[in-house]
Write a protein that binds this ligand. Structure first.
Ligand code: UDP
Ligand code: MG
Length: 312
């Protein structure tokens, strides 16, 4: 296949310092292909990200922008880009040059070799903080345990997909997005490539601990009901232990004589039961919250302005 179009989708939140260099590197790599488009999604930046993209577009009409009405978050910005991409092969990557542009020809080559999804796994060296590396590792372990999938630790949102896979993502109605999980879950012929993360070129990471937690929760709850099941098992075990303890208490009351002492044991039972009940209610609450959010059927993102044709 020679006459194909490549799309590159790049979510950007306050990335004015990185975009010109990234665009330049991308164009240098992509111009060898017949046709390409680069779509930047301005995710409610408060710096000059949008103007920077518009300026680049003056010189190269293959560069497009979608500007969202506010900051919706990386996953939603990415979805906005995927929804509008028209390429036969659609690549997504970060705007901060952490994802090596020179891996793109390899992604495309593997697609040409017959893989539908070519995803990347970062080989964690010292570029990311120890905290980020260890929490990420732990998270993939928990995610795989909950979902029964086997997503490699360090799977990134730097990947290429055939347009048939992109079409499936476009048609997915769900609002709670954990895209790398969805893509992995989708199946098809997938190929993993490893890459070395570069340090961020300029600016600082917008993935705060709070945003990471919320992505982690979205991944866990939207992919599996196992936490609910674990809550049932845990509840059952606590109830059995409670029955045994009750039997002991009754025995002591009827035949043991001394029943006044035991403040410590009462407090222990009270605290453990109270804590585990709250925890399990929290799990149930997360799922109810997710049902509520999905039920409202609000759009995942709102486009303010774009250089792309909006009629799909
Ligand atoms: N990003 C975004 N919206 C956000 C946060 C991040 O579009 O609310 C983009 C950001 O511009 C970058 C990518 O998502 O292109 C990854 O973000 P970041 O580099 O902050 O995350 P990290 O690499 O630290 O995980
Ligand atoms: Mg980054």
């Amino acid at each position: 296949m020679k006459n194909f179009k490549v799309s590159v989708v790049v979510p950007a939140f306050n990335e004015e310092g990185n975009i010109p260099r990234l665009a330049n590197e991308l164009v240098n790599v992509l111009k060898q292909y017949k046709s390409y488009e680069i779509i930047f999604i301005n995710d409610g930046s408060v710096d000059n990200t949008l103007d920077t993209i518009k300026k680049l577009r003056l010189h190269n009409k293959n560069i497009h922008y979608i500007s969202l009405s506010r900051n919706f978050g990386h996953q939603y910005a990415l979805k906005a880009g995927l929804d509008s991409a028209t390429g036969d092969f659609v690549i997504s990557m970060d705007a901060d040059l952490q994802h090596p542009v020179n891996l793109i020809p390899t992604l495309i080559q593997e697609w040409q070799n017959g893989y539908d999804i070519v995803y990347t796994v970062r080989t964690d060296k010292k570029t990311e903080s120890l905290f980020k590396r260890s929490t990420s590792k732990l998270y993939y372990k928990i995610f795989n345990f909950l979902t029964g999938l086997n997503m490699p630790s360090g799977t990134a949102d730097f990947r290429g997909m055939d347009k048939k896979a992109v079409q499936i993502l476009k048609n997915m109605p769900e609002k709670t997005l954990f895209l790398r999980g969805l893509v992995f879950w989708m199946g098809f012929k997938q190929k993993a490539l490893s890459y070395q993360v570069h340090p961020r070129f300029t600016g600082k990471s917008a993935y705060t601990l709070k945003k990471m937690m919320s992505l982690a929760m979205a991944g866990a709850t939207s992919f599996s009901v196992k936490p609910l099941r674990i809550a049932i098992y845990a509840g059952f075990i606590v109830a059995v232990l409670g029955c045994l303890f009750t039997a002991y208490v009754l025995y002591m009351k009827l035949f043991g004589g001394a029943t006044i002492s035991g403040w410590a044991s009462i407090m222990c039972v009270f605290l453990i039961l109270g804590g585990s009940q709250l925890f399990m209610m929290g799990i149930i609450g997360e799922y109810i919250g997710m049902i509520f959010m999905e039920m409202k059927k609000r759009p995942s993102y709102i486009v303010d302005e774009t250089s792309l044709n909006q009629d799909k």
